[in-house]
Design a protein around this ligand. Structure first.
Ligand SMILES: CC(=O)N[C@@H]1[C@@H](OP(=O)(O)OP(=O)(O)OC[C@H]2O[C@@H](n3ccc(=O)[nH]c3=O)[C@H](O)[C@@H]2O)O[C@H](CO)[C@@H](O)[C@@H]1O
Length: 373
């Protein structure tokens, strides 16, 4: 069986790394198309998951418009999908690369397997354009790998055939457990600032990158972090996302403020190491919502809505939007005792076996092609 995996951003590599390894283990011939949608955030990930790139896109990072990126990636995927090249294409989540890859495959009658299928907020403008992208991918896909039962329900409501949906868990948990195994037995962080982080204050991790927060919402979130830095008993650590709009706003608000450390984006194992040392996380990240429960971490989600309600229902996540008082009160509550308030670590997003299940289903009795008929 010949499979093409297409990805372009840090979270896609993290979440498709385990799938790449499981497909390889099953004996598939796996090619990898890297669109270069986010070049600067992939450091170390290809090596960590031992991924060999077969094809790399060009010009996507430099293309300023999302429509332009979509067109470029679609064209570059088209060049790879000549007749009988692949039995299937695997995409993950909701990025422009995933959407363009799924469309190009569909238009070439190559069946698509969608990892992390069925996440919905029900609002096309939040997250934008991800809610649109993932709905487009669902229409173009043959196999749908849903992380949870709730994700399956969304797909059934959109008319997806139930025997083409597999509830497998989120491969974010597979990747996290794999990365954490690399930390076992005394990990020396790659980033020197992480290696030398003081231990005399309570570590509060923050990651902010959602488009819809840029501007006034992000300013209010940053004001909350500033106020928390002034408390003196906490150290706020924020790996700054390279999106130029976000970077400028964050540095302007938090640069050189007390008890706040602005870092370069961290390599994945360093970030996982920081998660293991954190008291709480203030974040608008999807992946971090899926990772926190493995550490028993309670987190504050700086979004108005989440397509991961399971993290809220299980007691790990609280939606705080960009409300300054909710953020400061939440962090102070979660750092009020003399040890992190960890919950029993039962991750609602899976057991770390999602990638194995995905590879088995793709190799199942009915090849992808038959399922597409
Ligand atoms: C709407 C939405 O939620 N969409 C999500 C978005 O992904 P995201 O929101 O999770 O994106 P980020 O937060 O950038 O990535 C997070 C990962 O990065 C690691 N990390 C973080 C900081 C750092 O300094 N170093 C790191 O290594 C961290 O451990 C984690 O694993 O698109 C994905 C692709 O389709 C989707 O799957 C996913 O639904």
């Amino acid at each position: 069986m010949r499979i093409l995996i297409a990805f372009g951003t840090r979270p896609e590599i993290i979440k498709l790394g385990p799938v790449y390894r499981a497909l390889h283990k099953s004996g598939a011939h796996v090619d990898v198309f890297w669109s270069g949608q986010h070049i600067d955030l992939a450091d170390g990930l290809l090596e960590l998951f031992e991924i060999e790139l077969t094809h790399s896109g060009t010009g996507v990072m430099q293309e300023p418009s999302l429509a332009g990126k979509f067109a470029l990636i679609t064209q570059q995927m088209q060049a790879l999908l000549g007749p009988q090249q692949y039995d299937g294409v695997v995409v993950q989540g909701d990025t422009m690369t995933a959407a363009a890859g799924a469309l190009a495959a569909f238009l070439n009658h190559v069946p698509v397997a969608h990892v992390e299928a069925g996440l919905r907020t029900g609002k096309l403008d939040s997250p934008w354009p991800e809610e649109f992208n993932r709905r487009l991918i669902t229409i173009a896909s043959t196999l749908h790998f849903a992380p949870t039962e709730r994700s399956r329900d969304h797909l059934l409501r959109e008319g997806v055939q139930s025997d083409l949906i597999s509830v497998v868990g989120n491969t974010a948990v597979d990747a996290l457990l794999y990365a954490r195994s690399k930390l076992a037995g005394g990990y020396v962080p790659i980033d020197r600032e992480i290696a030398n982080l003081p231990r005399d204050r309570k570590l509060v991790l923050a990651t902010l990158h959602r488009r819809e927060n840029i501007g006034a919402p992000l300013d209010e979130i940053l004001e909350a972090l500033c106020e928390l830095g002034n408390d003196g008993d906490k150290l706020i650590v924020l790996p700054v996302h390279p999106n130029p709009d976000i970077r400028a706003q964050v540095v302007r608000a938090l640069g050189a403020r007390p008890n706040i450390r602005l870092l370069k984006p961290l390599q994945y194992t360093d970030f996982v190491y920081l998660l293991s040392r954190s008291w709480t996380v203030v974040t608008d990240s999807g992946g971090v919502q899926e990772e926190a429960p493995t550490f028993g971490l309670q987190i504050l989600i700086t979004r108005e809505s989440t397509e991961r309600p399971e993290v809220v229902d299980a007691g790990f996540g609280t939606l705080v939007g960009s409300n300054r008082d909710a953020i400061t009160a939440g962090v102070r509550r979660l750092t009020s005792s003399n040890a992190p308030q960890l919950l029993p670590a039962r991750n609602p997003f899976g057991d770390g076996q999602a990638a194995r299940r995905i590879a088995e289903r793709i190799f199942s009795l009915r090849p992808l092609q038959q399922a597409a008929e």
